[in-house]
Design a protein around this ligand. Sequence first.
Ligand code: AMP
Length: 322
Amino acid sequence: MGGVARGARRVGGGRGGVGARRVSLLVVGSLAYDTVETPSGRAEEVLGGAATYFAYAASFFGPVRLVGVVGDDFRPQDRALLADRGIDLRGLTVAPGRTFRWRGRYEGDLNVARTLDTQLNVLERYRPAVPAPFRDSRFVFLANSPPAIQESVIEQVAPGALVAMDTMNLWIDGARAELARLLPRVGAILLNDQEARMLSGEPTLVRAGRAILRLGPKVVVVKKGEHGAFLFSEDFFYALPAYPLEEVTDPTGAGDTFAGGVMGYLAQAGRADAAHWKRAMLYGSVVASFTVEEFSLGRLRRISREDVDARYRELLSFTAHP
Ligand code: AMP
């Protein structure tokens, strides 16, 4: 048996069995005010950030613990929006200064964001501190951050958690040694097709996925925007189309909400074997498909778990045949 099954036993198993352990999901990453331009329009200073999107998406499945930083300009209604979803904000630091700002534009190819401006603001000096009550989290997501910061989070959580991570071109280019040190320490990495090619140096996604597995993670998920996603592991391969949408308003947050759906589902199930990973991929695709229908969290705010489940069944019916 290979790595996924071993990982599943570590996460879900133990003497008490799967149901006996209280499962919990932690995310560490950015909260932001985003200004986004797409062919559909423009949104200014809207709530965004990798951890924000992840936590909101995962909250459809169960409680989420969030660790991150905002400035003293963070709007009370944005805090309330997260708290009302059952997102535990005891790990949210409010630092003097401005919240992280990101400005991006999507042109013809909606799968690729062009970063126009990044203002780190309070994120610049921030080093995540996982509060003591969060350290027993069994599922951990390291949202996009410098790999050394992501690694510092692993040091703060109890061993045996399923740790999944995201990354981006900035770190693949500029912090490769740190990334190489981190990869063997995570159970899973979720990244997009461009990033997978960049990280592996391989031209085809299948070779890229296999090459990234050799860098350490037990599971590699490669997201292909409107073309779906691949999952690579030692034990199995899985391919899934995206939920077909006629119109995409704003792709921002698709990757993070995909991850939120995946990890939210796994944490709710309390296990991460092949069958659960496959269902988690479906949930990730479905949640991301809602995200891109409006700017910011606009669409996610108006749906329920029932809507997620309905679209899950629809996506299944599109892919399965008698
Ligand atoms: P994605 O799911 O990949 O579309 O991520 C979009 C989110 O990532 C946006 O809401 C941004 O605020 C956030 N973001 C962009 N650049 C960075 C960065 N360098 N570090 C942390 N978060 C970022």
